[in-house]
Design a protein around this ligand. Structure first.
Ligand SMILES: CSCC[C@H](NC(C)=O)C(=O)O
Ligand SMILES: [Zn+2]
Ligand SMILES: [Zn+2]
Length: 418
């Protein structure tokens, strides 16, 4: 059977049944080209404006930087004085290598197995539509909850969040939301379990500059940049290997529990026969919240000193916040979240997110945030070729939010709110 490009009438697996409207909505959203480097944010704004009307929820637009709008839909609770629940998602997606995809990455093709292919199908347009569809169903069922729910749709997460959540979190309009707890993106899990993230590793992007004596390429020049560069690379990559071994030798460790180091760029040199006056190397380092950051920077300093004279380093990214969100049963937000999951017989795996999401800005503001994308039995394909989500996993995810949202929006008044 041919894959379904238009999505009007084909059920997953090739049946003749009509497509679930939630699936059609996801596929419509996947077709919007909110892809870097020039995301069509106007298309997303138009789409969200329509959703606001359909759901009967007021929409607010906050332009945090020129052309970068955060959209907020609000379902006011019966006790609006209580702290609210934030359902956050980003509207942008990363670019694709189209030649490596089975289908057009922006056609939202559904194959005969019911797998929906598209950039953002995991990261994180599926989650956006799951929030929307769960709320649509809860409203249609006439439910109300004590706590206010805010859905925020933010730009630029995929390019670091500087003109998105990082700025929005400091904006008066964010403070007006009176947030008590936030949900944001997680990762798929290929097993029966669902992964939940209660913290993130800090990204440190380091450039190490190695100056050296220049000279003719035919000579044994002393004190070259390349010799220093080699020692720097060895010291950083030896540490990488030790951390890799540590991850492999302990069964209870995941990627989020160790420090990764990757050499990502090398620069230097002007001609084949000129010994360069400087060579630079860059590393992408991700550091778990349990590591002492001051001590780690001392280590970097010591490596640079050991590698030779006058070596310096700079940061292009240096996350310093190590806040994590409580996953203790004594925490009312976690209790609400985990109890709802338990009632659906879901197995949860608690982890530190290996990369960086907008949750880091929420946690840095002192607010609890859980990273969760309800995608079990799904390979992790974010930023990868042929990113997909199955129709059935997507639909189950809506049901999961139909249970989670009422639980979170009904967390009893906290001691700090009384
Ligand atoms: C540090 S800003 C870049 C953010 C990006 N997030 C993801 C999820 O890929 C990353 O971790 O590289
Ligand atoms: Zn994402
Ligand atoms: Zn991403």
């Amino acid at each position: 059977m041919l894959p379904d490009q238009d999505g009007q009438n084909t059920g997953g697996g090739g049946g003749a049944a009509s497509e679930d409207p939630s699936v059609s909505l996801l596929r419509e959203y996947l077709r919007l080209k909110t892809v870097h480097p020039e995301p069509d944010y106007d298309a997303a704004l138009g789409f969200l404006g329509r959703i606001s009307e359909e759901l009967g929820l007021p929409m607010k637009k906050v332009e945090v930087c020129s052309g970068k709008v955060v959209t907020i839909l609000t379902w006011t609770g019966t006790n609006p004085a209580l702290k609210s629940v934030l359902l956050n998602s980003h509207t942008d997606v990363v670019p694709v290598y189209q030649e490596h995809w089975k289908y057009d990455a922006f056609a939202a093709v559904k194959d005969a197995e019911g797998n929906i292919y598209g950039r953002g199908s995991q990261d994180m347009k599926s989650v956006t539509i799951q929030y929307i569809e769960a709320i649509r169903r809860l409203k249609a069922a006439g439910k109300t909850f004590p706590r206010t729910l805010h859905l925020t749709f933010v730009p630029d997460e995929e390019v670091g969040g500087e003109k998105g959540m990082e700025t929005f979190i400091k904006h008066p309009e964010f403070h007006k939301l009176n947030v008590g707890f936030a949900l944001d993106e997680g990762l798929a899990n290929p097993t029966e379990a669902f992964t939940v993230f209660y913290g993130e590793r800090n990204p440190w992007w380091v450039i190490v500059r190695c100056p050296g004596s220049p000279g003719h390429g035919s000579r044994f020049v002393e004190n070259t940049a390349a010799e220093k560069l080699r020692r720097v690379i060895n010291l950083f990559l030896d540490f990488r290997e030790r951390e890799r071994q540590r991850l492999n030798t302990s069964e209870c460790f995941t990627l989020g529990d160790v420090t990764t180091v990757n050499m990502t760029m090398v620069k230097g040199g002007v001609a084949y026969n000129v010994v360069p006056a400087e060579m630079d190397v860059s590393f992408d380092i991700r550091i778990p919240p349990t590591v002492n950051l001051q001590e780690f920077e001392e280590q970097i300093k010591a490596w640079c000193k050991q590698a030779g004279d006058d070596i310096t380093y700079d940061f292009a990214q240096k996350g310093m916040n190590q806040n994590t969100t409580s996953t203790e049963d004594s925490d009312p937000w976690w209790r609400a979240f985990s109890t709802a999951c338990k009632s659906m017989n879901m197995t949860l795996k608690k982890e530190i997110f290996p990369a960086a999401t907008d949750s880091r800005f929420i946690r840095a503001a002192g607010l609890p945030a859980i990273g969760f994308s309800p995608m079990n039995h799904t390979p992790i394909l974010l930023h990868d070729h042929n990113e997909f989500i199955s129709e059935s996993v997507f639909l189950k995810g809506i049901h999961i939010y139909e249970m989670l949202i009422p639980a979170l929006a009904s967390v009893p008044t906290l001691a700090t709110e009384a």
